[in-house]
Design a binder for this molecule. Structure first.
Ligand code: HEM
Length: 229
């Protein structure tokens, strides 16, 4: 059934919280490490002190690790869907990815195959964020607790690995934010109250809407009425 005759339920509240806590932690981790890489951000050391920034980095790292673990209880459906969707990457996603660059400038290219719950770009973003999460957490844990546990020459490699993943994850998240806020602002409603406009969903996730109608979760008549509005 549609919400207020116009919106379709997409994400649970638990998943919305998980997303924003993850986003906050990611940026705080990035920010608190920046003075280590660029003198432009040295003022953060002068302002807050190196020790405070290091403690803040560790504080947000703990939440960054715990958040998806808690999410396995509070947002199981959304987490499970992300895992299963990323494994469904197929030929249609490749066609989508070839055509989709035009979306980056706000156009709607012809011949784009209907997309499921997540499109090819989102599936790539999920795979990227899952991989960077794993390597950031693994390498970070070895940097924090690895002294005496593993050989120092191996531990030294964790610094460039940790930095590389932070850079890749950051670049990916900037693309993701551009697509959400600039190219597809209607998608952001889904990360506010969990619902999105059904006409937006029908254009961007047509296969998912077809599945919802087929499974009786949306009535064909109410869908047609909403699309006519
Ligand atoms: C201002 C910051 C951000 C905005 C506005 C934003 C927006 C969104 C929106 C609207 C969705 C839902 C897409 C859908 O329902 O199809 C989403 C999903 C997601 N977000 Fe974000 N996001 C932000 C930051 C981040 C950050 C920093 C990360 C990771 C470090 C991230 C990772 C994800 C992932 C993995 C998903 C699920 C798959 C996808 O849609 O790509 N987001 N985000």
């Amino acid at each position: 059934m549609l919400v207020n005759k116009k919106y379709v339920k997409r994400h649970t509240k638990g998943f919305v919280y998980l997303h924003w806590i993850n986003a906050l932690c990611f940026f705080m981790l990035f920010l608190t490490a920046l003075p280590l890489y660029a003198d432009t951000f040295r003022f953060l050391y002068d302002l807050l002190g190196a020790r405070t920034l290091q403690n803040a980095h560790r504080f947000f790292a703990v939440i960054f690790v715990l958040n998806p673990i808690v999410g396995l209880i509070t947002a199981r459906e959304g987490i499970w869907r992300m895992f299963s969707e990323v494994l469904k990457f197929n030929g249609k996603d490749i066609t989508f990815l070839i055509k989709f660059p035009l979306e980056l400038i706000g156009k709607h290219p012809e011949g784009v195959p209907k997309q499921g719950f997540y499109n090819g770009g989102e599936r790539m973003n999920i795979a990227l964020q899952l991989a960077t999460w794993g390597v950031l957490v693994g390498s970070g844990a070895l940097l924090w607790f690895g002294e005496g546990l593993i050989d120092n020459s191996i531990r030294a490699w964790m610094i460039p690995l940790h930095s590389l993943c932070a850079g890749i994850g950051f670049a990916g998240s900037i693309g993701h934010i551009y697509l959400a806020l600039v190219a597809n602002p209607d998608s952001v409603h889904g990360m506010q109250d969990g619902t999105i406009k059904v006409d937006y969903a029908n254009v961007h996730h047509g296969e998912w809407i077809d599945d919802m109608v087929r499974d009786g979760k949306i009535n064909r008549q109410e869908l047609n009425d909403a699309l006519k509005r």
